[in-house]
Design a protein around this ligand. Structure first.
Ligand code: HEC
Ligand code: HEC
Length: 292
């Protein structure tokens, strides 16, 4: 009797194992095929002004949009993940040094990356938050390009990106934005210039950089990757509804909430929000408070 039970449970376990392997093979192939897809988008030529105002704006945008967090303090690229389950992810060297952008990388190529989430050859960019950069105005993108065109060349050859099993499974179930090209509305036309007046309009524009973690409606989002913290509700229903504007600004400058809770930069990128101007943080506060 016992032997029979053991035999049957052995068969059931083996069948489950095979099913799991087959399911994983299907998932892995699906993600592989999506990464092999090639996209074509034409972008309108835009004049890139390199006057001092544009360059200053570009420098500020790189800091507040988190570009340095992934591409490194010199924009010369960085390995942002390297483990067996997630895989190895290289954020590109965006200087013109060895291992950096090719000599024939044009402004149109820059727009294709920021606006559509694709590389020069039309391949989908992996884990580059283009669903967020695509919401930037044309003049902000142009300022970023102007600034990056002036970056001192840094030689840094990065290993190719390879996506591990956990990241494939999460991407298959749409839990991580592995291929932002699939998330972008490619027919949307860019705003020419963003609202820069302090208030709800500017806050809404800037909040595109928060929605990846705090949720599209900013009412809280799941943890980005297993082991990370979920991102809290930023609307009037959350702490923003209780904090004064000064407390809100203090939190995003220091990474410590009014109740004394220190946030880790890996969880909540406060070193990035610390670089926002007072006016920009005030606008974010006013926008979040307007969300009921
Ligand atoms: C969360 C990390 C992350 C952030 C933040 C980020 N990037 Fe990236 N970026 C990546 C990764 C990873 C790649 C490489 C994608 C690939 O090769 O598939 C990339 C690729 C790019 C490329 C494409 C280069 C090429 O090979 O065509 C450009 C351009 C770029 N990033 C610009 C920016 C700018 C500008 C910012 C700030 C507004 C920014 N990135 C913010 C992760 C990031
Ligand atoms: C990479 C994901 C990520 C991004 C991007 C991000 N946040 Fe967060 N944020 C978090 C997480 C996770 C926490 C919770 C941290 C903790 O409790 O230690 C948090 C906490 C906060 C808090 C404290 C809220 C509370 O109730 O304690 C504020 C305010 C905040 N974020 C604002 C912003 C703003 C504004 C932006 C955009 C400019 C932004 N965040 C972008 C992940 C993110």
């Amino acid at each position: 009797m016992l032997r029979k039970i053991f035999k049957w449970s052995g068969i059931v376990l083996a069948a489950l194992l095979i099913l799991t392997l087959v399911a994983y093979a299907g998932i892995s192939l699906n993600v592989h095929n999506r990464m092999q897809e090639r996209y074509r988008y034409t972008v309108a030529p835009v004049t890139i002004l390199s006057d001092s105002v544009s360059l200053l704006k570009g420098a500020h945008l790189l800091a507040i949009k988190g570009c340095y967090e992934c591409h490194g303090t010199q924009m010369s690229g960085k390995i942002i993940a390297d483990d067996g389950m997630i895989g190895r992810v290289s954020a590109a060297n965006l200087t013109r040094g060895r291992g950096g952008l090719p000599a024939d990388y044009t402004s149109e190529d820059w727009f294709r990356a920021l606006q559509h989430g694709i590389g020069k050859d039309g391949r989908p960019l992996v884990l580059m938050p283009a669903q967020e950069t695509a919401m930037m105005s044309e003049s902000d993108m142009a300022a970023i390009i102007a600034y990056c065109n002036r970056l001192p060349p840094v030689n840094n050859q990065l290993p190719p990106t390879s996506i591990g099993p956990a990241a494939r499974i999460l991407a298959f179930f749409d839990k991580i934005p592995l291929l932002p090209v699939e998330k972008i509305d490619h027919l949307r036309t860019l705003d020419k210039v963003a609202d820069t007046l302090e208030g709800i309009g500017q806050g809404k524009y800037l909040a595109a950089s928060c929605s990846g973690c705090h949720g599209a409606d900013l009412k809280g989002g799941e943890a980005l990757l297993p082991g990370m913290l979920p991102a809290p509700d930023l609307s009037a229903g959350g702490n923003t509804g209780k904090w004064t504007q000064a407390q809100f600004i203090y939190t995003l400058r220091t990474g410590t909430t009014p109740s004394g809770h220190p946030m880790k930069n890996e969880d909540m990128p406060w070193q990035m929000t610390a670089r926002y101007t007072d006016k920009e943080l005030a606008s974010l506060y006013q926008y979040f408070r307007s969300l009921k």
